[in-house]
Write a protein that binds this ligand. Structure first.
Ligand SMILES: [Zn+2]
Length: 126
């Protein structure tokens, strides 16, 4: 019997203006967008823009497809088990990207908010 693919239930998509989104990114991760971190909606793997650049992903894939698509050890997005990263593509059959920036054609990943909080807590007070 064939395995049924496990498709994560998508969150209701959030609509946000470009300005609000950028302000949120800065408040979570600082002014350098390369440090901004995003969470894959399929596997939960957190990758920064820096990570996408490091694996050689094209710019259109940043926060849109899982960084695992450019890594050999990635698991399958919907049938694989275990930890991410995975091979999820925001342009695939199942688009579960939760954030829609107004005026943009394609929805993207949400920020890795939990990650941001931890890093803020770790930071020493200047
Ligand atoms: Zn993934």
């Amino acid at each position: 019997m064939a395995k049924k693919p496990q498709i994560p239930k998508p969150e209701p998509r959030k609509s946000i203006s470009r300005e609000e989104w950028e302000a949120l990114g800065v408040s979570l991760f600082g002014k350098n967008p390369r440090q901004w971190k995003f969470k894959c909606p399929a596997c939960g793997y957190v990758a920064s823009i820096e990570d996408y650049l490091r694996v050689g992903a094209p710019e259109g894939a940043f926060a849109f497809s899982c960084v695992g698509r450019w890594m050999k050890e990635a698991r399958d997005a919907f049938t694989g088990k275990g930890e991410g990263p995975c091979n999820y593509s925001g342009g695939g059959l199942f688009s579960i990207n939760p954030v829609q920036i107004q005026g943009r054609a394609r929805p993207i990943f949400d920020f890795a908010r939990d990650d941001a909080k931890q890093e803020t807590e770790k930071k020493p007070i200047p």
